[in-house]
Design a protein around this ligand. Structure first.
Ligand code: FO1
Length: 301
């Protein structure tokens, strides 16, 4: 079964890794949010692309989910000594990715081409694609004014209260041709358990209506996220954070919805077929198990 997964940060990367463990590589394409991208220390940083690539390559830091396993921090600590910004933790191995990506972009290579070459270098067999080769920047409007995503998420630890989101450049941004082709030949599309507001919405806004069976996995379990600010964002926007809020977020797009056993009660209020299962992914086998549950669910639709 040919699957396209839409993924953002750490949660999305984990399910993508689960799918990569059970699908033939040629049957899995992951389209990744690039709204978190930004320029920092003169480098072009693409955190969600790197998080998905590192995770599928087995290179990701298992504690944080982002950055590299076995990382050292000599460069960033010397930058700090010189008075430079150290709030965005760039490890020594990770910096090579940003230096080489920036070098290639300055030569005019596209993010798609660069990602393709990096996946070959990291021996990733699945297809990982940026949602667009044009710049899209997620801006978070808060009670302290508008902040760029990483400024909000990392520098300010998500403290400011969110009021709205804006995806700068999204009107002009075209989906990558690879991503459009993958969607056309997909049997089903999976919205990974990523932040609906800032990881999934940018992707959905870029693509024309996806006329394929599409299912989503809730990133909110028992009213909370495993990681990241999605539940806090819902609450600050006046919406009770829950799996039901997520299902409503995607209402009209989905053929099915996957939520955690702890939220079983909520499935009765949902407008699509649901799969209630353990959606926590604490280790590699959890990731493959959830991915298998999701594929079986898609087959049952
Ligand atoms: N997230 C943090 O909370 N703190 C960091 O210092 C940090 C550094 C970082 C460096 C490279 C990278 O690819 C990701 C990094 N992230 C960090 C995660 C990043 O903020 C992503 O946007 C999140 O994973 C959400 O998608």
């Amino acid at each position: 079964m040919k699957i396209v997964a839409l993924a953002g940060g750490v949660g999305g990367a984990k399910l993508a890794h689960g799918l990569a463990q059970i699908l033939p590589p040629e049957d899995l394409t992951i389209i990744v949010n690039t709204g978190d991208d930004f320029e920092h220390l003169g480098l072009y940083i693409s955190p969600d692309l790197d998080t998905v690539c590192y995770t599928l390559a087995g290179l990701a830091n298992p504690e944080t989910g982002w950055g590299r396993v076995g990382e050292t921090w000599n460069t960033i600590s010397n930058i700090e000594k010189l008075g430079g910004p150290n709030w965005f933790r760039l490890g020594d191995q990770d910096i090579a990715t940003h230096l080489e990506r920036t070098r290639r972009m300055k030569e005019g290579q596209s993010l798609s081409q660069i990602t393709k070459d990096f996946c070959t270098a990291w021996e990733i067999k699945q297809t990982i694609l940026p949602m667009s080769d044009s710049p899209v920047r997620t801006m978070v409007d808060t009670d302290e004014g508008e902040l760029a995503f990483q400024e909000y998420f990392v520098h300010r630890h998500c403290e400011p209260r969110v009021k709205n989101f804006r995806f700068e450049g999204i009107e002009a941004a075209q989906p990558t041709s690879g991503a459009l082709d993958a969607l056309l030949s997909a049997d089903a599309v999976i919205i990974c358990p990523s932040n609906p507001w800032v990881s999934v919405d940018p992707i959905l806004k870029i693509f024309p209506e996806i006329k394929k069976p599409m299912i989503a996995i809730s990133p909110i379990i028992g009213g909370k996220t495993v990681k990241g600010p999605a539940a806090k964002m819902y609450a600050e926007l006046g919406i009770e954070p829950s799996a039901l809020a997520v299902e409503k977020h995607y209402r009209g797009l989905l053929s099915g919805f996957v939520l955690d056993t702890i939220d079983e009660e909520l499935s009765k209020q949902m407008s699509v077929k649901t799969l209630v299962t353990n959606t926590l992914m604490n280790d590699y086998t959890d990731r493959a198990r959830l991915a298998q549950d999701v594929l079986n669910f898609i087959r049952s639709l």
